[in-house]
Design a protein around this ligand. Structure first.
Ligand SMILES: [Zn+2]
Length: 373
């Protein structure tokens, strides 16, 4: 039986529920990122209060530090980090291109070099599933082979082929038992290759499927075209996860194409840099405009930052180097995205998603603040 149930659709957009061992995940869902088993600056209860049913941890980082054995002894990742809702773990493939440490990849697996002590960790597709299973993840991601933006067509094709072969190996060792395994579709910026990669992944009948390797600086129309090419071959009855996306306009565009899950480090990173997300765009809390502004970040937001503190106070905290600023604005930014998902789910349920998306875009345009890619 599928763990995913679609409750309503509006065009290609859909809203539903993914059943996990740690509770239901309402979709469309935004997953805050807790790479090191913590969403930076926030207590798990604050992450939950932002509206998140699920968060993302990175299996590669956690396997290197503090190590899988310790987390197992603590009773698994949920109990170790004090989060009792669903956890999706990234297998670490992304680190192959995002870390400067020299790594090597062959058909057998990948070698990660620890950014902490230079030690080497060889991970096969089977290991990647085993590590995530031992961590206690609810949603396990297959190991994939990403390629950097601008890689040759040959490199993109090789990575897609290798990822498909690895996916089969991941599938063969997945223990099941209520834990979900997601495949990853690739294909760079070639629509045909995207469709082909998604077809290969679809034959393995995963609990869900991810679209990977986009949102790396390309214009939104190209991102749409490539996502549509991937989705065209992925089973509609399974959840679709777009890896690494976190701005309102892009999220709503992808929901409109039929994507169900997202993650991104940007909202909390922006928060720590003093930028708040609002319906009318990005708001700088470090700028002079906030200096005498006693209004909240967003008067329509009920988060702890907006209900109690002004822009001027938050600016003062940033200027004084006070860490409370990081916590409050992180909480606000996640709450903003939690609300956006809430509103999208309601709009789909009530079959008015296109109008909701147009209104949200008009509001952001009127704010005159461009969202970074
Ligand atoms: Zn707020």
């Amino acid at each position: 039986m599928s763990a995913f149930r679609i409750q309503a659709s509006d065009g290609a957009a859909r809203t539903g529920e993914l059943t996990t061992l740690h509770g239901p995940v309402r979709t469309p869902a935004f997953m805050p990122v807790g790479t090191h088993a913590t969403v930076k600056a926030l207590d798990p209860s604050e992450v939950r209060a932002s509206g998140a049913d699920i968060l993302l941890c990175n299996a590669y980082h956690l396997a290197l530090r503090p190590g899988v054995e310790l987390i197992e002894r603590a009773g698994g990742l949920h109990s170790f980090m004090g989060w009792d809702r669903a956890i999706l773990s990234d297998s670490g493939g992304y680190q192959l291109v995002s870390l400067r440490n020299v790594t090597s990849v062959d058909d057998g697996g990948a070698v990660f070099v620890s950014p902490y002590d230079g030690s080497r960790l060889r991970v096969t597709p089977e290991d990647a599933v085993g590590i995530q299973h031992r961590l206690g993840s609810d949603v396990i991601m297959c190991l994939d082979h990403p390629v950097p933006f601008g890689a040759s067509m040959q490199a993109v094709e090789d990575a897609a082929r290798r990822t498909a072969a690895w996916a089969e190996r991941c599938r063969s060792v997945h223990p099941g038992g209520g834990r979900l395994l997601f495949g990853i579709a690739k294909g760079g910026f070639d629509a045909e290759l995207r469709h082909h990669s998604a077809q290969q992944i679809a034959t393995l009948d995963f609990d869900g499927n991810a679209v990977c390797g986009l949102s790396v600086g390309e214009p939104l129309p190209l991102m749409e075209e490539m996502t549509a090419a991937s989705l065209s071959a992925l089973p509609p009855e399974r959840p679709r996860y777009f890896m690494g996306l976190g701005t309102d306009r892009e999220l709503l565009t992808m929901i409109g194409l039929g994507v169900d899950m997202f993650d991104c480090v940007v909202p909390t990173r922006l928060a720590r840099n003093g930028t708040a997300l609002t319906p009318s765009g990005h708001l700088s809390l470090r700028g002079a405009a906030a200096q005498d502004d006693l209004s909240p970040i967003d008067p329509t937001c009920a988060c702890a930052a907006c209900s109690r503190f002004s822009r001027a106070y938050l600016r003062h905290l940033f200027k004084s180097g006070e860490i409370l600023a990081h916590r409050l604005v992180s909480l606000h930014n996640l709450t903003h995205l939690g609300r956006l998902m809430d509103q999208a789910r309601d709009a789909i349920q009530e079959r008015r998603f296109a109008a909701f998306r147009r209104t949200a875009a008009a509001l952001a345009d009127a704010g005159g603040v461009a969202e970074p890619g």
